[in-house]
Design a protein. Structure first.
Length: 113
């Protein structure tokens, strides 16, 4: 069982990126999928999450700019990031929560000013 994240990269401030994360393997029902991020010297923080029922949660710092969505049939979660700011620069990790928490390998997002 693994999570494969993709879509990170380098973008200028004001630009957009879309992250994807797919869970593969024998995994029991996923209740929540989401994205965390960790900037250098800072703690990992929740960016956004979505439940299997479609309930979404966002960090205050990304509300109105980021949109999380999911495809339950594909065990996939997406994070559409718009109006990116330099402070969004971090390694982004996806997580899937079923009977346990499963973390992806992280993908770097760098926003230049």
């Amino acid at each position: 069982v693994q999570l494969q994240a993709s879509g990170g990269g380098l973008v200028q401030a004001g630009g957009s990126l879309r992250l994807s994360c797919a869970a593969s393997g024998a995994i029991f029902r996923i209740n929540v999928m989401g994205w965390y991020r960790q900037a250098p010297g800072k703690q990992r923080e929740l960016v956004a999450s979505i439940t299997s029922g479609g309930d979404m949660t966002y960090a205050d710092s990304v509300k109105g700019r980021f949109t999380i969505s999911g495809d339950n049939a594909k065990n996939t979660v997406y994070l559409q990031m718009s109006s990116l700011k330099p402070e969004d620069t971090a390694v982004y990790y996806c997580v899937a929560i079923s009977t346990t928490s499963l973390w992806g390998q992280g993908t770097q997002v760098t926003v230049s000013s």
